[in-house]
Design a protein around this ligand. Structure first.
Ligand SMILES: NC(=O)c1ccc[n+]([C@@H]2O[C@H](COP(=O)([O-])OP(=O)(O)OC[C@H]3O[C@@H](n4cnc5c(N)ncnc54)[C@H](O)[C@@H]3O)[C@@H](O)[C@H]2O)c1
Length: 305
């Protein structure tokens, strides 16, 4: 099997590359290193450095013989998408279409796409949010993820490409960078280990579904190896507030840590929690990693750096 992984130098993408390589697959990574790191690159994968917005880069990667496209490259800063929706759509919608068109031309059979549950569903009407929860994206980033899911459905109908969209919760784990809303675990852990004050925006009662990158990798392997098609949540069903996350991290680290409160970020979603049971049942995946266990592994990794 030959798989092209876009964003394979990033946090999630690099773990997925490692899993494919571990299975003996032939892997090509496409990454412009805008937020990814060279040190995350698996030495047994081919690396094409460049943007998925560059038609030359895309045609080099999406060549005949490629079986699967795993698409993780994205502009994933929600606040940046609000500040510049056109830039966000160029990176997240147009570049995805460029890849999908090239995939059709190269005879690629399947596509796995990194979508976002929280960003696509918006503020919950019920919890945990299942795949049939209505969509109400609160950001251009969420609109883009949803648009790409629809394009995947379109390509499935007209070109027979098997498409799987995986709607993640807030993914955390080793290699995550300490920035952005998605990086809250890495940011808190970095500050706490450095003895710095942790800043909590707003009340700290806003909730998220923190899912371990190990569960995300398992979902990607199931989507790659099986016959799944359509959209699936990848979440734990456990709702954790920012304050709750901080307290769990204090317990994991031992000791007490200083916090300061800052004003709430305008437009920030208050709640998000995903029901991931459907994918786990269909793909026979284990129960999700418990937050305490996942945090311990993540903190250990940050400590060793
Ligand atoms: N981290 C989360 O909690 C989360 C939640 C939901 C969805 N996702 C999605 O998962 C994917 C990976 O996220 P991540 O957390 O690993 O982020 P990341 O920033 O670590 O990874 C993104 C990678 O894509 C690369 N990239 C960005 N734009 C590119 C372009 N135009 N051309 C080539 N490479 C480009 C970056 O250099 C980086 O290596 C993204 O699509 C993101 O939207 C992440």
């Amino acid at each position: 099997m030959h798989v092209v992984v876009t964003g394979g130098a990033g946090f999630i993408g690099s773990h997925i590359v490692d899993a494919y390589v571990g299975r003996g697959w032939n892997v090509t990574v496409v990454d412009d290193l805008s937020t990814g790191e060279r040190e995350n690159l698996n030495p047994r994968a081919e690396f094409i450095e460049g943007s998925i917005n560059d038609p030359g880069v895309v045609s080099r990667a999406m060549r005949p013989g490629v079986d699967l496209l795993n698409h993780h490259a994205a502009q994933m800063d929600v606040r940046k998408s609000v500040a510049d929706p056109i830039f966000d759509a160029e990176q997240n919608v147009i570049a995805s279409l460029r890849l999908f068109e090239a995939a059709v031309n190269a005879g690629v059979k399947s596509v796995v796409f990194a979508s976002s549950g929280g960003a696509a569903y918006g503020e919950p009407l019920f919890v945990p949010q299942t795949e049939s929860h209505p969509f109400a994206p609160m950001s251009p980033y969420g609109c883009a993820k949803l648009a790409v899911e629809h394009y995947l459905g379109y390509y499935r109908q007209v070109s027979g490409i098997r498409g799987v969209a995986l709607r993640y919760g807030n993914v955390y784990g080793p290699r995550q960078k300490q920035h952005g809303e998605a990086g809250v675990v890495a940011i808190f852990a970095g500050k706490m280990l450095a003895g710095e004050t942790v800043t909590i925006n707003g009340s700290g009662l806003q909730t998220r579904d923190y899912v371990s990158v190990d569960d995300v990798v398992r979902a990607n392997m199931a989507a790659s190896e099986g016959e799944l098609a359509g959209a699936f949540n990848v979440g734990t069903g456990v709702e954790t507030s920012v304050v709750g996350l901080f307290e769990t991290m204090c317990r994991t680290l031992g000791g007490s840590y200083a916090t300061a409160h800052a004003p709430a970020k305008p437009g920030e979603q208050m709640r998000s929690v995903l029901d991931g049971a459907r994918l786990r049942a269909i793909a026979h995946l284990p129960e999700p990693v418990k937050l305490d266990d996942g945090l311990r592994t993540t903190i250990e990794w940050i400590r060793r750096r």
